[in-house]
Design a protein around this ligand. Structure first.
Ligand code: 0L1
Ligand code: MG
Length: 262
């Protein structure tokens, strides 16, 4: 690690304030070009601790940048992980207040809920499917705290991978009975189709994203606990939204998820 504990705490507070005050900031590697991957995740951990200390509950974990479409869109090559919060949850069909966000974008995702812990290294699709309680459709609303979504991977990890809001659909299914690779997803904005993909867009299979998360956490001596909700990453590129937009995502076998931006 190259950053001292005080700098890590200060950068976490800086990113937390940017989120709560809805204020864009420049990417933190501009000022700390030597920060390494451990520093980046240490800032994310400090951000999580800061939020939990004021009563925020962590509602689950997320993987980001797991599709080639997203990686291409953001000019990066590796997935990242972060956490989702209780205050980020929006009911299916609900309203999302854009005045609380900077420059939101929506991503269609497939979510998993585990019934057994998963720990890397060596976690694979088979172990994930065996440990999965159910899958459900999800839409993540990301909102980077960085100006114009311009960042590098370390800055985005520190900023909790742009986590902001998420909407879960009501249809829960057993993953074993579903061909997740070929599960079709269609995203509509204001009645127009804006993106289409299948589950294979996420690292070849959405369960691979959970396996990678377990392996990434395992490298840090952590695991995915039983009962964890995991957003596996956008199957399509992220689509920008603004007040007045209506978004519906239709999932083969899993129903649809919708929301309105006000
Ligand atoms: O969930 C995601 O894929 C977002 C990862 C962070 C990068 C971004 O803000 O697009
Ligand atoms: Mg996402």
């Amino acid at each position: 690690m190259n950053l001292d504990p005080q700098t890590i705490e200060r950068l976490a507070a800086h990113l937390d304030a940017a989120e709560t005050e809805r204020r864009e900031v420049h990417k933190i590697t501009d000022d700390y070009p030597d920060m390494d991957w451990e520093d980046a995740y240490a800032i994310q951990d400090a951000l999580r601790a800061l939020k939990e200390a004021r009563g925020v509950r962590v509602a689950g974990l997320k993987m980001g940048l797991t599709s080639h479409a997203k990686m291409r869109q953001m000019g990066v090559v590796d997935p990242v992980y972060g956490f989702i919060t209780d205050y980020g949850a929006v009911a299916d069909g609900g309203e999302i207040d854009t005045r609380r966000l900077i420059h939101p974008k929506v991503e269609a995702e497939i979510a998993f809920v585990t019934r057994r812990p998963l720990k890397g290294p060596g976690c694979h699709i088979g172990s994930v499917l065996a440990a999965t309680d159910f899958i459900l459709p999800a839409v993540e609303i990301i909102d980077s705290r960085y100006e114009n979504f311009r960042f590098d991977l370390k800055s985005v990890i520190a900023d909790n991978t742009s986590s902001a809001r998420y909407v879960l659909g009501g249809t829960h299914r057993n993953a074993e009975g579903i061909d997740l690779k070929n599960l079709g997803v269609v995203m509509e904005k204001n009645g127009e189709v804006v993106a289409m993909a299948s589950g294979a867009a996420v690292l070849g299979h959405p369960a691979q994203s959970v396996a990678m998360l377990a392996n990434m956490l395992g490298a840090r001596g952590r695991e995915i606990p039983a009962g964890t909700l995991i957003l596996t990453g956008g199957v399509t590129e992220a689509v920008a939204v603004a007040a007045g937009d209506n978004v519906t995502v239709r999932y083969q076998h899993l129903g649809s998820v919708s929301m309105r931006f006000v």
